[in-house]
Write a protein that binds this ligand. Structure first.
Ligand code: NAI
Ligand code: MG
Length: 395
């Protein structure tokens, strides 16, 4: 097979720490690729007025596969204040480059696995009967619709005439008729049948491929009848094509409560954009949190793999980096799966599992320490030491 080219987008803060570590592991497992660097993030907002330059989009369009670290986003006032003086008042408006990238390439399928590694001190534990303590094994993959819904960006404060008048034709709008228009904020939740079908199908396909027994549609169709209703109806329709895989449906609020009651019962969970974001963070919290949470953004053409965590700026400039690289390395494993290199992905995951189980090498988060420059002196592994330990197990 010809050598692949991967677009490497470290971004800001600890994105620049963890992404090179993932590439070290990919090299060590024998994945043959060239990595081309692409710019993204705060620096390019400040200096060029664009956190996602066209040249980065061009590289992704050309090479199709990207690894992404993290970016820093700041509130509007900071964005305006940090923009280079010569670019001010020229109409530049900051936007989230990762959200824009998902929309540009229609990376509509977001997969977020939340799987327990035995021996991880951060694993969720629960009281059993009597004095027993249980550590349920969680093996959930959340399929989150990544481009629509509440994050679709169709929203207004003080909606314009046409929008206001159209809204006022809805009988329920009479409840808002007394509010002055300029005091109204409206964020829409738009679902399309096409995207809904794609996310539900992606969940079922994954369940079939990896032998999961259930797909849960986690929405709120009893209240949000149109959009959540569409997702559940789609689930029922598609489930017919997958005999042997049960369709469950839960409401997002109840699901958050059941999260700690019986997390081991769930397999694949499919949800819209916002509920998928919420439920995947919830499950990630049961299996180690941000140091372990990985994700894939997959479109018809382009796919980008990234840890769920952000740029953690307070840890970005440590002389010895301390953040856990596992979330980024697991994201690279998802990339390998996507490229059909499942054996290599499995090798890396097994190496991580061995390191975690053995328990000798643990980053500060796994030791439940507060992040500070002296955690390594307190016995925590540095970022590089964790990577080294994983690479050691690959041999
Ligand atoms: P964050 O995820 O960057 O950090 C929150 C805390 O989680 C950190 O202070 C640290 O204690 C812990 N943490 C994160 N990654 C870790 C790792 N690999 N190992 C160990 N501990 C880890 O979220 P925060 O502080 O809310 O945001 C910081 C910046 O990141 C903001 O500018 C935010 O907009 C941005 N952000 C970017 C995301 C992305 O690029 N996809 C996602 C979330 C936030
Ligand atoms: Mg989130």
């Amino acid at each position: 097979m010809s050598k692949r080219t991967i677009v490497s987008m470290p971004g800001d803060g600890i994105g620049q720490t963890v992404l090179p570590e993932a590439i070290r592991v990919l090299d060590a497992v024998g994945f043959e690729a060239d990595y081309v660097h692409a710019d993204i993030g705060w620096e390019f907002w400040c200096t060029q007025g664009n956190p996602l330059p066209q040249r980065t989009l061009d590289l992704l369009a050309e090479h199709k596969t990207g690894l992404f670290g993290a970016i820093t986003s700041k509130p509007k006032s900071d964005a305006d204040a940090e923009l280079a003086p010569e670019l001010r008042d020229k109409g530049y408006v900051y936007y989230s480059p990762i959200v824009a990238m998902r929309q540009h390439f229609n990376l509509d399928i977001c997969a977020r696995p939340c799987q327990t590694f035995s021996g991880n001190p951060l694993n969720f534990i629960r009281k059993g009967v009597g004095d027993t303590v249980e550590e349920p094994k969680v093996d959930v993959v959340v399929y989150r619709q990544n481009t629509e819904g509440l994050y679709g960006g169709v929203e207004w404060t003080n909606p314009p005439d046409q929008v206001y008048e159209a809204l006022m034709t809805h009988p329920k709008m009479k409840n808002f008729a007394d509010s002055p228009r300029e005091e109204l904020a409206v964020s829409t939740r738009i679902f399309t049948k096409k995207a809904t079908e794609r996310i539900v199908r992606a969940g079922f396909e994954y369940a079939k491929k990896f032998g999961y027994k259930s797909v849960t549609v986690c929405e709120k169709p009893n209240v949000i009848r149109e959009t959540s209703g569409m997702m559940l109806a789609m689930g029922k329709e598609i489930a017919k094509e997958y005999p042997g895989i049960s369709l469950w449906d839960t409401n997002i609020d109840a699901q958050m409560m059941w999260l700690t009651k019986n997390p081991e019962d769930y397999g694949i969970i499919v949800a819209g954009n916002m509920f998928g974001d919420i439920i995947s963070d919830g499950f990630a919290g049961l299996v180690g949190g941000l140091g372990f949470a990985c994700s894939a953004n997959i479109g018809a053409e382009v796919a980008v793999f990234e840890p769920t965590h952000g740029s953690a700026p307070k840890y970005a400039d440590y002389k010895t980096p301390i953040v856990n690289p596992i979330a980024m390395i697991l994201s690279a494993c998802m990339m390998l799966d996507h490229l059909g290199e499942t054996d290599k992905a499995t090798q890396i995951r097994s190496a991580i599992a061995e390191v975690v189980e053995e328990g000798k090498v643990r980053c500060y988060d796994m030791m439940k320490l507060r992040g500070s420059p002296d955690v390594v002196e307190q016995g925590a592994a540095s970022t590089m030491q964790m990577t080294d330990a994983i690479i050691e197990r690959l041999k």
